[in-house]
Write a protein that binds this ligand. Structure first.
Ligand SMILES: Cc1cc2nc3c(=O)[nH]c(=O)nc-3n(C[C@H](O)[C@H](O)[C@H](O)COP(=O)(O)OP(=O)(O)OC[C@H]3O[C@@H](n4cnc5c(N)ncnc54)[C@H](O)[C@@H]3O)c2cc1C
Length: 528
C-alpha cells in the first residue's frame, strides 16, 4: 500500500471540499483532497446554477441571505470567468398575491440584501417574455455561476499553493490512534491500489454523504438529510436575467439563464439515498407548469435535459424529519471532539455553493484553533489562476474569442456547435484531465451540454482523444458508449414533444451511421 504523509486530509471534492483544500493550502499547511469521482461529482454538479443575491432567503433564512449577499460580491471578484452578471428579478406574477411583495424591500434591507423596486413596464422592457400581467418587480444582484468553472478554478489555486488533489479515490476507512484520527485509507478507483494518507486532521466535506463518512471514524448519528431537487434545462435562453417568483420559497420558483440554455427548478423532497435519486414525470410537468407562470408559452419550448441533486441538509429539530423544504439552509460544523470524543476531525454540511468560500473559512478557522496554530484566511483576496484581470463571463464570450484570436484554422474548428467548444479547447482540456474520459472533458468544457446534448460532438471528441493517443480503439468505443448512456439518463425523463424528434435524430446519427450499439468494445463495460 502506498503511503502519503500530510497535515490535513479533506474528504469530498464538491464546492465545499475544494474551497476547504484551497483555504488550508493558502494558510501554508500540507493538504490532500480525496474525491471518489471527478471534482464536482456530487451535488455541486447537480445544482441550479444561481449565484444567490440573498433575495431568495430574506424571509425564510435572513442569516443565510446576508451571507449570500456578502459572498456574491467576493465570488464575482475572485472567480470572474465562472460568473455571468445577469442580475435578478423577483416578480409578482398575475396569479400571485402581493403580500410577500409588500414586505420585500423591508426584509431585504434588514438582511442587507441590495434590492430595488422597478415598475412592471420596466421589467417587461428588460424581459419581454415575462407574464404581461405581472404586478410588481424587484431588482437584485443574482448571477449565473458555472459550478465546474468555479470549483476547478479553486482547485487550480489550491494546487498552486501546494495541495494534492486525488480524484477517483474513494475513502473506505478512517483510522484512529486511541481518541485521535491518524490516517485515511482510500481506494484508487482507476489504478486499483489502496493508499494510506497519514495526517493530523481530517475535514469531512462529504455533502449528503458526510454522515456515512463520519461513521467511518465511529462518529455515529450525524444526520445529513438529502433534500432532493430536480431541474430542467430548456433549449433556449428564455430569459437573460435570473427570474424568481416573489412568493415564499416554493417548487419551481427560479429560472436561471445558463450559457445558451435556461434552467427551471426546483423541487425539495427528502431522499433515502443520495446515490439513488429518481426523477418523476409529474415533477418534470410541475417544473414546466411553474415556468409557464413566469413566462407564458414556456411549455411550448423544448426541454432538453433533467437532473437531480441532493442538498446536504443538517437535520433540523424545528421541522418534521421529512420536511426538507423548511429545513435551515445555513451551514453546520460538527466538532467530533466534543460530540464523539474523537479529536482531529470536523464535519461540515448545509450551506450553498454561493457560500462555499465562507464555509471553508469557518471550518479552517476552527481547525487552526484546535491545532493551536492560528493563521489568517486569505481566500477572499486572491483571484484564482487563469482568471486574473479577466472580466465577468458573458454569453458572447466564446464567440468573441473564436472570432478574435489569431490561431491556426484547425485549432478553431468547432467541435461542439451548441456550446462553441473548439478543437483547441478540447485538446487543452484533455491535456489537463488524463484518461480521455468524455464526461470529465464535458464538465470542464461544456461539451455536449447544449440543445443537441452531444448528438454531433460526442463522436468527434472521442475521435480527437483517440487520435492524440490518449486511448486505444476499444476504450474509445467504451467511453463513447458511457458518455451517451450518461446523457440518456437526463433525457429519458423529458422525452416528449419536440425533444423526441431531437432524440430520434441523435439516435439515427449514433446507430444509423456508427452502429454504436455494436462497435467492438472491451469485454468489461467501461464505467469510469
Ligand atoms: C437541487 C439543488 C439546487 C441547488 N441550487 C443551488 C444554486 O442555484 N445556488 C447555490 O449556491 N447552491 C445551490 N444548491 C446547493 C449547493 O449545490 C450545495 O450546497 C453544494 O453543491 C454542496 O457542495 P458539497 O461540496 O458540500 O457537496 P457535494 O458537491 O455533494 O460534494 C461531496 C463530495 O463527496 C464525495 N464523496 C462522497 N463519499 C465519498 C468517499 N467515500 N470518498 C471520497 N469522496 C466521497 C462525493 O462524490 C461528492 O463529490 C443546490 C442544491 C440542490 C440539491
Amino acid at each position: 500500500m502506498r503511503t502519503i504523509k500530510t497535515d490535513v486530509v479533506v474528504i469530498g471534492g464538491g464546492s465545499t471540499g475544494v474551497g476547504v483544500v484551497r483555504d488550508v493550502a493558502m494558510r501554508g499547511f500540507g493538504v490532500v483532497l480525496v474525491e471518489r469521482g471527478d471534482l464536482c461529482h456530487g451535488t455541486s454538479a447537480r445544482f441550479h446554477g444561481l449565484l444567490h443575491s440573498g433575495g431568495r432567503y430574506i424571509a425564510s433564512d435572513p442569516e443565510s441571505a446576508t451571507e449570500c449577499a456578502e459572498e456574491n460580491l467576493i465570488l464575482k471578484r475572485i472567480h470572474p470567468t465562472a460568473i455571468e452578471d445577469t442580475g435578478g428579478l423577483f416578480v409578482t406574477t398575475s396569479v400571485d398575491d402581493e403580500d410577500y411583495a409588500d414586505q420585500f424591500l423591508a426584509r431585504a434591507a434588514a438582511a442587507k440584501v441590495p434590492a430595488n423596486e422597478i415598475s412592471p413596464s420596466q421589467a417587461l422592457r428588460r424581459e419581454p417574455r415575462l407574464d404581461p400581467g405581472l404586478k410588481r418587480a424587484f431588482e437584485v444582484a443574482d448571477g449565473a455561476v458555472d459550478g465546474w468553472q468555479m470549483v476547478w478554478g479553486a482547485a487550480r489555486s489550491a494546487i498552486a499553493h501546494g495541495a494534492t488533489v486525488l480524484t477517483y479515490h474513494r475513502v473506505t476507512r478512517i483510522l484512529r490512534a486511541d481518541d485521535h484520527v491518524e490516517a485515511v485509507i482510500c481506494h484508487d478507483e482507476r489504478g486499483g491500489e489502496d493508499v494510506r494518507i497519514e495526517c493530523a486532521f481530517v475535514l469531512n466535506c462529504g455533502g449528503p454523504w458526510a454522515g456515512r463518512i463520519a461513521e467511518m471514524a465511529d462518529c455515529h448519528g450525524v444526520e445529513v438529510v438529502p433534500g432532493a431537487g430536480i431541474m430542467v434545462a430548456m433549449n433556449h435562453r428564455l430569459t437573460q436575467t435570473v427570474l424568481n417568483r416573489c412568493v415564499w420559497p416554493a417548487d419551481g420558483d427560479i429560472l436561471v439563464p445558463d450559457h445558451p440554455v435556461c434552467i427551471i427548478g426546483t423541487t425539495d423532497v427528502k431522499a433515502d439515498d443520495p446515490d439513488n435519486l429518481p426523477i418523476l414525470p409529474e415533477q418534470v410537468q410541475q417544473m414546466l407548469d411553474a415556468g409557464e407562470t413566469m413566462i407564458p408559452g414556456f411549455r411550448k419550448f423544448r426541454a432538453i435535459h433533467a437532473w437531480v441533486g441532493a442538498r446536504p441538509l443538517v437535520k433540523d429539530s424545528r421541522v418534521a424529519s421529512t420536511d426538507t423544504r423548511h429545513m435551515a439552509r445555513g451551514m453546520s460544523i460538527i466538532d467530533h471532539t466534543t460530540r464523539d470524543g474523537v479529536a482531529g476531525m470536523l464535519s461540515i454540511a448545509g450551506g450553498k455553493l454561493t457560500t462555499y468560500r465562507l464555509m471553508a473559512e469557518r471550518i479552517v478557522d476552527i481547525m487552526c484553533d484546535q491545532m493551536g496554530d492560528k493563521r489568517p484566511c486569505t481566500t477572499a483576496d486572491e483571484v484564482v489562476p487563469g482568471a486574473e484581470g479577466r472580466p465577468l463571463h458573458t454569453i458572447g464570450h466564446r464567440l468573441y474569442s473564436v472570432e478574435h484570436t489569431q490561431r491556426a484554422p484547425g485549432d478553431e474548428q468547432i467541435v461542439c456547435e451548441c456550446e462553441l467548444v473548439t478543437h483547441k479547447m478540447i485538446e487543452k482540456t484533455m491535456d489537463a484531465v488524463a484518461g480521455g474520459q468524455l464526461d470529465d472533458v464535458r464538465r470542464q468544457s461544456r461539451l455536449g451540454m447544449g440543445p443537441c446534448q452531444g448528438g454531433f460532438c460526442s463522436q468527434r471528441a472521442t475521435g480527437i482523444s483517440h487520435e492524440r493517443g490518449d486511448i486505444d480503439a476499444d476504450r474509445a468505443n467504451g467511453l463513447l458508449r458511457l458518455f451517451l448512456k450518461n446523457r440518456w439518463i437526463g433525457l429519458w425523463p423529458i422525452l416528449n414533444g419536440a425533444q423526441v424528434k431531437q432524440a430520434a435524430l441523435d439516435n439515427w446519427i449514433h446507430e444509423g451511421t456508427l452502429d454504436v450499439e455494436h462497435v467492438p468494445a472491451p469485454a468489461e463495460e467501461v464505467v469510469r
